[in-house]
Design a protein around this ligand. Structure first.
Ligand code: ACO
Length: 332
């Protein structure tokens, strides 16, 4: 049987920094409020002509280079995004594969909001274990600034742009395989987080509508409570199912939505500060890109070593959630 190994990570953050002080000039808020309630100090904003696929390509180049693979060996590309280059088609994954010159690959997007990266990890694992694919490029990429309402202080302080990518490859060595991935969803909470217009369920009867009607809307406080509950339950379940103690985790990499959520979940799981990866302060919430960007941060800082065990935990619009137990298994 083939197993799926997590071979490499890469990420990209746009140059432009949007600070809390700059946001305080745009909406009625302050650096003090944002820092205290979210832990966010700044976030990155893509250039006007920089697309989600552009950022995905930059992250992918690093992941491919670090994997030791030749790009011709990649047979599938999956992109998790809620801010695709184009509404409906073509998919951002096909644009990324074309820009990378990957030739004939299977390529598609999925929509699971902030849980997107864990979802594409589970899909990649399944394709590899079934023997259908050998080397899969997974990309979480978001230009959330394109769907953020910069007059709504309840959301615009949270979100940022960026991308992360990873290579998942077939292996016969069970010791280097992804241990488990759990995913779930509950549509009864769909209205907590949504972009209400622009699709076939839209209140508008045509796509010819004001751009503003396609922005994200969120019931932040309700989302917060469900997030803490779900993220904690999710981790407890995956650890118990695999008979792993939280003390055995080298790097707990949760979705970077809010420092208070991460702290509450980390405390409930008795994680030590040094186990918990935190990038929300510098990147804000980058949805599907947040976990791979956080993982890349520890990789580039020399903190992620071969064989170390990562625990991923995500939560987002849908509502969706997911967790994964992933040993880091680079070839070089
Ligand atoms: N600046 C100043 N005051 C503000 C701001 C702001 N930016 N935003 C809200 N307030 C005010 C509110 O109006 C309210 O005032 P009131 O008491 O006079 O009514 C007060 O602050 C408290 O508002 P809450 O919404 O209760 O604040 P809360 O502590 O819940 O923080 C936040 C809001 C940061 C949005 C938090 O609820 C949160 O992080 N929620 C979860 C986000 C999340 O995890 N989303 C899921 C993933 S995202 C995805 O899938 C795309």
């Amino acid at each position: 049987m083939a197993y799926a190994a997590f071979r490499s990570i890469g990420a990209y953050a746009p140059k432009k920094i949007l600070t809390n002080d700059e946001l305080s000039k745009m909406v009625d808020t302050s650096d003090e409020w944002i820092t205290k309630r979210t832990g966010i100090k700044e976030r990155r904003i893509a250039a006007k002509n920089e697309t989600t696929s552009d950022m995905g390509v930059e992250a992918s180049k690093k992941a491919i280079e670090r994997s030791g693979l030749d790009k011709s060996e990649i047979d599938m590309v999956i992109c998790a995004t809620i801010s695709p280059d184009y509404f409906c088609m073509p998919s951002t994954a096909t644009i990324i594969s074309n820009k990378l010159g990957l030739g004939n690959v299977t390529a598609f997007d999925i929509s699971a909001a902030c849980t997107g990266f864990v979802y594409i990890l589970s899909i990649a694992k399944a394709f590899i274990e079934s023997g259908m694919k050998k080397n899969i490029l997974i990309v979480g990429a978001e230009k959330l600034s394109a769907i953020t309402d910069y007059t709504d202080r309840g959301t615009c302080i949270l979100f940022g742009d960026g991308a992360g990518a990873a290579i998942i490859s077939a292996t016969e060595n069970k010791n280097e395989a992804i241990i488990d991935v759990h995913t779930g969803a509950d549509g009864t909470y769909a209205d907590l987080l949504m972009t209400p217009n622009g699709g076939s369920g839209s209140a508008h009867d045509s796509l010819d509508q004001e751009a503003g009607s396609c922005f994200m809307q969120m019931k932040g406080n309700e989302t917060f409570k469900v997030a803490v509950r779900t993220l904690t339950k999710d981790v407890v379940e995956i650890l118990e199912a695999n008979k792993i103690e939280s003390s055995e985790i080298n790097h707990f990499i949760p979705h970077q939505a809010n420092y208070r959520i991460i702290k509450a979940v980390g405390d409930a799981l008795k994680m030590k500060d040094e186990q918990v990866v935190l990038t929300v302060g510098k990147f804000g919430n980058t949805s599907g890109a947040s976990i791979p960007m956080a993982m890349n941060e520890i990789y580039e800082n020399g903190l992620l070593k071969s064989g170390e065990l990562m625990l991923l935990d995500a939560f987002g619009g849908g509502l969706t959630w997911g967790s994964a137990l992933v040993p880091f298994s680079p070839l070089k």
